[in-house]
Design a protein around this ligand. Structure first.
Ligand code: SF4
Length: 287
């Protein structure tokens, strides 16, 4: 699936974008419409329920390197973020720390990047009071963006670096948010493109191979990229480069990244002196 195909179909059929994506998915998966909609509904319901349950909590993670970021942020407010942004960041950190503590999450698109999409959808519900049906339409659009990236490029950090995980999640979140807020297909494309371009080149460098550092905080900061990109797109600002070409570029960047920067924990912050010291301590405790 290409974004330009979606654009053409919306133009030809006059159907809303989320319905075009659903029809596309039905053809691809051979699922009947009811089953497909039900499975997407249950995923979104799970995202909203888990977000509510873990919001701002403290977690006991495998390494102890993370686990209190969401709770610290929820107790401290320096007025730098809007209420919406703050809720999204706390949700993203909470979900990501929940993942690091082996809690239940919905991979969207992956476990490492599981906080960003929930960040925007939970904030839409909690702060803006959006109803489930509207959120579901946006969630379908988020899924469509993820599907395009997965089929054209990759959503795996081991294959394309963190841009493929966190970058994809930000593009999905931004597209869904823009759609929920009434953005047309051009705005959705701009939001997804700006998010992915903003995170292009991001390397995968988890300390010790544990999905905690820098992953948890990246979820928290990347959700702000998604929201900012949405605000930019909703203002009528276009992406100069079309989404399909941005995805192609991300794929090429991923291919040109060395293996040390693709989930091997052999590069980036994973090999800093502090990371090495911490790892020695953790491994000593685990053995
Ligand atoms: S750094 Fe690697 S493991 Fe961590 S979120 Fe990014 S892609 Fe996933």
């Amino acid at each position: 699936m290409l974004f330009k195909d979606l654009k053409n179909l919306v133009k030809e059929t006059h159907l809303p974008l989320h319905e075009v994506i659903l029809s596309y998915e039905m053809l691809e998966s051979a699922e009947d419409p009811e089953t497909l909609k039900n499975s997407l509904s249950s995923l979104l319901r799970a995202i909203l329920e888990i977000s509510e349950r873990v919001y701002g909590k403290t977690f006991k993670t495998l390494t102890g390197l993370t686990g209190n970021n969401a709770s610290k942020l929820s107790k401290n407010d320096h007025g730098l973020l809007s209420e919406f942004m703050r809720c999204a960041v706390i949700t993203a950190l909470s979900m990501s720390e929940n993942n690091a503590s082996m809690g239940k999450i919905v991979a969207c698109p992956t476990a490492g990047a599981c906080g960003i999409v929930p960040g925007v959808f939970y904030a839409l519900k909690k702060i803006k009071g959006f109803d489930f049906d509207t959120l579901l339409k946006g969630f379908i659009v988020s899924g469509g963006i993820g599907e395009i990236i997965a089929s054209k490029a990759t959503i795996s950090g081991a294959v394309g670096g963190c841009q493929a995980e966190i970058g994809t999640a930000a593009a999905m979140a931004s597209a869904g948010l823009t759609y929920c807020l009434g953005g047309n297909i051009e705005a959705v494309e701009a939001a997804a493109s700006i998010s992915l371009k903003s995170l292009m080149g991001l390397v995968c460098d988890p300390v010790g191979g544990f999905v905690e550092v820098p992953c948890v905080k990246r979820n928290g900061t990347a959700v702000t990229v998604a929201i900012t990109s949405s605000e930019i797109a909703l203002s009528g600002i276009k992406s100069v480069i079309p989404f399909d070409e941005v995805v192609d570029a991300m794929k090429k960047v991923g291919k040109s990244l060395p293996e040390t920067l693709k989930e091997t924990a052999l590069g980036g912050v994973a090999v800093t002196p502090t990371a090495k010291k911490i790892l020695k301590r953790i491994l000593g405790k685990l053995t």
